[in-house]
Design a protein around this ligand. Structure first.
Ligand SMILES: N[C@@H]1[C@@H](O)[C@H](O)[C@@H](COP(=O)(O)O)O[C@@H]1O
Length: 260
C-alpha cells in the first residue's frame, strides 16, 4: 500500500495523472467511480484536462460503487445523477457507458447479480476511485460487512446517514435507509485502488485503514490485502498515522517516472 501525504489539490492532480495515463494507454479502460465529496477535485481536474488538452472518455466504461435504494430517477442525489453532473456530462462520456446498481429494481438480488455480470463482461475495473466514510466504510460497505462480499443491498448506519444528511437539506428523514453497493470482494478485484481522504474527521478511519488490523469493523482495511492500493491523504487526514514520516520520506525519494 502506498500512502501519499500532500495538499488536497496535489492529491487530485495525482489521481487525475493516474487516470489520464490509463486512458491514454487504454482508451477503452474501465473506471470505477465514487460519489461523495472526496473525488470532486479529481473530477474537476479531469474535466479541465478534457477541455484544455482533449483527454477523452469517449471509449471508456464507468461503473459506480453504489446507489441509494428508492430515490426517484430524477432525484438530484441519486448517485447516477450525481456522477452525470460531476463528471460524465463535463467530458465526452456517452451516458450508456456509465452505469450503477439499479436502486429502483423490483428484483434486488437479480439487479445485483446483473451488475456483477456487467462489470465482469467489461473485463473488470482497471482503476477504482474510492472515498472513505468516517466509520471506515468504502462504497457503502458498513462496519461488519463481509470482507468477501459482492454487490448487495445494505442498511446504512445512522452515522453514514448523518454524514450524508448535508446532501439532503440537513434533514435526516430525507436520507434513504438502504443502498445497493459493490461488495468488498467486488472492489478488491479492481486492478488499482486509489482512495482519497481529506480532513481531520477522516484521521481515525485513515489510521485504521493503513495501520490497523484487517477487520470487518473497519471495512477499508481490506485494502491492505490488495497488491496495488494507493491512499492519498492531506495533512489533516494523515494526522493520526504512526508512520507518517516514513510515508513522506518514501514518497519524496520516489522516482518521478514511477507514477502511482
Ligand atoms: N457512499 C459514499 C462513499 O462512496 C464515500 O466514499 C463516502 C465518503 O464520503 P465523502 O467523500 O463525502 O466524505 O461516503 C459515502 O456515503
Amino acid at each position: 500500500m502506498e500512502v501519499v501525504i500532500a495538499p488536497a489539490e496535489r492529491l487530485a492532480e495525482l489521481a487525475a495523472d493516474a487516470i489520464e495515463a490509463l486512458l491514454r494507454s487504454k482508451p477503452d479502460a474501465v473506471l470505477g467511480l465514487a460519489t461523495g465529496s472526496s473525488p470532486l477535485q479529481v473530477y474537476d481536474e479531469l474535466a479541465r484536462r478534457h477541455r484544455e488538452t482533449g483527454l477523452s472518455f469517449a471509449r471508456a466504461r464507468g461503473f459506480m460503487l453504489d446507489e441509494y435504494v428508492g430515490l426517484p430517477a430524477d432525484h438530484p442525489q441519486r448517485y447516477r445523477n450525481v456522477i452525470e453532473s460531476e463528471i460524465a456530462s463535463r467530458v465526452d462520456w456517452p451516458q450508456a457507458q456509465v452505469q450503477g446498481p439499479d436502486g429502483l429494481a423490483d428484483d434486488v438480488p437479480g439487479a445485483c447479480a446483473a451488475y456483477e455480470a456487467a462489470i465482469a463482461d467489461a473485463g473488470g475495473v482497471d482503476l477504482q476511485i474510492l472515498g472513505n466514510g468516517t466509520d471506515g466504510h468504502i462504497a457503502f460497505n458498513e462496519p461488519g460487512s463481509s470482507l468477501a462480499s459482492r454487490t448487495r443491498i445494505k442498511t446504512l448506519t445512522r452515522q453514514t446517514r448523518l454524514d450524508n444528511a448535508r446532501f439532503f437539506d440537513d434533514d435526516l428523514d430525507q436520507v434513504p435507509t438502504h443502498c445497493l453497493t459493490q461488495g468488498l470482494g467486488t472492489i478488491m478485484e479492481a486492478r488499482h485502488l486509489v482512495l482519497l481522504a481529506t480532513g481531520r474527521h477522516k484521521a481515525e478511519a485513515v489510521h485504521q485503514l493503513v495501520e490497523g488490523p484487517v477487520s470487518a469493523m473497519w471495512p477499508a482495511t481490506v485494502m491492505q490485502l490488495h497488491p496495488h492500493a494507493t491512499v492519498l491523504v492531506d495533512d489533516a487526514a494523515a494526522s493520526r498515522l504512526q508512520l507518517a514520516d516514513y510515508y513522506r520520506q518514501t514518497y519524496a525519494e520516489k522516482p518521478s517516472w514511477q507514477g502511482l
